[in-house]
Write a protein that binds this ligand. Sequence first.
Ligand code: AMP
Ligand code: ZN
Length: 499
Amino acid sequence: MWPAADRHRGVRFPFLALGEQMSLKVYDSLSGKLDEFLPLKKGKVGMYVCGPTVYDWAHLGHARTYIAFDIILRWLKHRGFSVTYIQNITDVGHMREDSGEDKIGKKSSEEKIQPMALVEKYMREYFRDMDSLGVIRPDISPRATGHIIDMIQAVQKLIEKGYAYEVDGNVFFDVSKFKDYGKLSKVNTEEMAAGTRFEVHPDKRNPEDFALWKKAKESDPFKWPSPWGVGFPGWHIECSVMSAKYIGEQIDIHGGGRDLKFPHHENEIAQAEALTGKKPFVKYWLHTEFLKINGEKMAKSLGNYVTLRQALEKYDADTLRFFFTSTHYRSPIDYSEKNLEQARRSLESLKNSIMLLKRLTPSKGAKEEELEKQVKKTREEFEKAMDDDFNTPGALASLFNFSRTLNSFTSKSDSMSPELKEKILKMFEELGGILGLRLTEEKKAGGELVERIMGILIKAREELRKKGEWKASDEIRAELKKAGVALNDEKVGASWKFE
Ligand code: AMP
Ligand code: ZN
């Protein structure tokens, strides 16, 4: 049963001015409906989004999901909510490859660094990548390895309540004890059992039971003592435990990519609701669709991924954000160079309209009233689209509609009153900012052309280095230094900056 806030129906968004009626609708994957957004506590939102597994570089698929939630966060804040945003860091527990080998252990031996240094490195790189994309950092990024005691306590409680059982150092959740199992993913237990990819653990009572605590092997990189022997937590328990710790037993929004619905989120529900006595764990489940490449999900395991670092060498952050924003978060996106180029061009045309606006001289132009009306209309259309389950393509369309009117104005007039110009620029800055786009910012020194030329140079230098032509490669670096450009060679390729 939902507490308090549902009783405030009708008294929506009391922090808005009187008469400013609005209602945000979100699509809840559990109910399968577009529901009015009414948080558990008036004016406050607790949002938990499953974070990355940090053993390798972040790719564009990750960016798809985290940019979507970044925009959702920005919109909630714009609507006046005070949001607590939690995104965990999975640094243990979700790591076994099909072969049973631990991914962190495997990667740390490949890179010849300690397992903890490996997760530290990729967690930092993940933050750097997200910072480059202008993704707002969560309020808390709790790490699974920092919450082992909390997880052990939760597992113990689940055993006491009869939802879990221990066999030979492993603890499993007994899915048959949780009657609602499957309510999110709508998969029944027989289908789940049939779909089990891996050999079923012989100690499980039911094939679809899942691990809460795993007995460690000699080779496992991280392990801790527990009431059931030395081991480490299963993947799912970290999110139930950390969301409860930092938000509460019930949370407003829980998000992640579509692939997490089953088994991860299904298992999170089972654990959390078993622990709290069936209080609904999450009010609104939000899931993003995949970024695809050649018709398949972009994924580390499929080897068809483009890292964010690689993408950022070619396209600036605004282009990447624009590319993702042009599609609704619940629709799949196709990655291709062609689609990214298209995004770059569309964004450029929008920015050009703004550049032309900036050049207008400050005196009243003809037919300003029409444009003034359009500003109001654009804001309304933008807000309406965003209130409709964060419809970013609709929001972008309102900006493009406006830019067409603006273009027709600037093609006829050389001037505009400073007040109107300010108003339009403010609108672009604010609305663009909600999508994380810096529409009104001047290009940094050198602009996009220099970015592209540097990209070509860096690539050519990489080719030289591959062939062992170090002298030529060093000469390029030295010449660039003379020109005031510093090259920084990193494992994923070089980056550059003006000195
Ligand atoms: P992982 O690091 O694989 O656990 O993934 C972290 C988050 O990124 C999860 O919410 C995934 O669903 C999401 N994700 C991974 N690949 C993609 C993709 N190709 N498209 C959209 N989201 C993705
Ligand atoms: Zn999770």
